[in-house]
Design a protein around this ligand. Structure first.
Ligand code: PA5
Length: 466
């Protein structure tokens, strides 16, 4: 077990009267019990009652189950197979494209930005550990961006081999399907429609049935990884959706899964007060219900967790934003956004709970502020003698929190001892569990996204007619 993620709700919790907190405890316990009972319901083989549909509780025990299966079956296990396919792909390609949208790419983007070199794609291959560069597509319909990526891939396709994974649980999402057709055609143009590259460098990840499954079977791709029933898109980061591309990018997927499994265990067993999932849910819920804090700011300090925040924005918004309920999630990156949103957070409408996401130890050696001769100290930064960027960031965090505290703007901290696969695994699982617990607490089914169908249907009618 690695060092652990910590949720420290002071000073936000000081704004919650202890009677409110005590009153909430039985409801929180009930929401935990329901969340865990749903795991059994899904695997029981019994029919799922209507009011529970859809039920996507499969993500909860998945990390532990995958690790267990790997222990028992080794290379034959799903993890073993993903690692083998990733390992074969790595030396053969220099550019790897992830096609997918929403829950089918945001988790991988969070993993990539947090765990890979911040300038990974700019490094020479040898400094990248022979790991390909990574690109995301199929998450938009932007003509210029798509055309530009296709151009780059095709321009030096013989020197820089490329391949892709296409990810869609339903297998019918238009953005991803169109992108797959475009990138497939480009790949076949580069290497020949009958080439090995045209099949071996394409790895579909999809549900057991659907258009992408049919297309993949018909195309004879040698490796196709499943997205299990009972795991919803935005809860799928610990299926092949996140794990396979992460393995291609050299991320330690066992550590990720171990972090997630340990978080589930803590959620299952730890009392309120020592349980990051329940504590976080309780604080967010009470401050929204009793104080009207309906905007949840995830305030990341340093830039590597921005995509993690965007992943969470999607998770919370699609899961709880239903029946005219649900807080508004918003990720900010500080200190950058102190210069764009800080004003509003300090003095705007009192509707915000700020959760700081802080990495306590940088992954690289602290960068000191250089000292210069006195005659060149017009910027007066010699005063920072002996200080490095982490000291400045720390001062910014403390200074900002103090400023918020002085005007009763509640903040809480989510502390990563360091940014590694284990801790990120914990954090992703913590927030998925918290989202489900919150849904159960307020009587909203956190799974499914019925509202998204309206735009898809209208778009289909416009494109294909009725
Ligand atoms: O959380 C969800 O289910 C959605 O955000 C989906 O991930 C997104 O709509 C993409 O769906 P699909 O994987 O079926 O292409």
């Amino acid at each position: 077990m690695g060092t652990s993620l910590k949720y420290q709700p002071q000073p936000a919790i000081s704004q919650i009267p202890s009677a409110d907190w005590n009153d909430l405890k039985p409801d929180l316990e009930a929401a935990r019990a329901e969340t865990l009972a749903d795991v059994d319901l899904l695997t029981s083989g019994e029919s799922i009652p209507d009011q529970k549909q859809p039920l996507d509780s499969g993500f909860i025990m998945l990390p532990a189950n995958l690790l267990e299966e790997q222990k028992a079956k080794g290379a034959e296990s799903l993890l073993g197979q993903m690692k083998e396919t990733a390992g074969k792909l790595q030396p053969q390609i220099d550019r790897f494209v992830v096609l997918g949208i929403g829950g089918s790419y945001m988790g991988m983007r969070a993993l990539f930005e947090a765990l890979c070199h911040p300038y990974h794609n700019d490094l020479p291959r040898s400094s990248r550990g022979n790991i390909p560069r990574l690109y995301f597509a199929g998450n938009n319909m932007d003509n210029d961006e798509t055309a530009a990526l296709l151009e780059i891939l095709q321009a030096d396709a013989q020197d820089s081999h490329w391949g892709m994974t296409v990810i869609s649980k339903s297998g019918g999402t238009l953005e991803t399907a169109v992108a797959f057709r475009l990138f497939r055609e480009a790949l076949e143009n580069c290497y020949g429609a009958d080439s090995k590259a045209a099949t071996e460098w394409v790895v579909p990840i999809t549900g057991e049935t659907g258009k992408l499954r049919d297309l993949s079977n018909a195309s004879g791709y040698p490796a196709i990884f499943p997205i299990p029933d009972g795991v919803g898109g935005r809860f799928s980061v610990f299926t092949a959706v996140g794990l396979f591309p992460a393995a291609v990018m050299g991320i330690d997927i066992d550590a990720l899964l171990q972090g997630a499994a340990d978080m589930t265990e803590q959620f299952r067993t730890a009392p309120i007060g020592e349980n990051p999932v329940l504590d976080y849910t309780g604080v967010c819920h009470l401050l929204e219900k009793n104080k009207g804090l309906s905007a949840r700011i995830l305030s990341t300090w340093g830039s590597r967790l921005e995509a993690f925040g965007l992943w969470y924005d999607q998770l919370l918004a699609e899961s709880i934003g239903k029946e005219e309920k649900g807080a508004l999630p918003l990720t900010v990156v500080n200190t950058r956004d102190l210069h764009s949103r800080g004003q509003q957070h300090q003095e705007g409408v009192r509707d915000k709970l700020i959760t700081n996401v802080i990495v306590e130890e940088p992954g690289t050696k602290p960068v000191p502020v250089p000292q210069v001769n006195a005659d060149r100290d017009q910027d007066q930064l010699n005063r920072l003698n002996g200080k490095a960027l982490p000291n400045l960031l720390d001062a910014a965090i403390k200074g900002t929190n103090k400023a918020y505290a002085e005007v009763d703007r509640p903040t809480a901290d989510l502390l990563f001892p360091k940014l590694d696969a284990y801790t990120l695994g914990q954090a992703l699982q913590m927030l998925m569990l918290a989202t489900v617990v919150e849904g159960r607490l307020i009587g909203i089914n956190p799974y499914g996204q019925p509202g998204v169908e309206a735009y898809k249907q209208n778009m289909g009618e416009i494109l294909y007619g009725k």
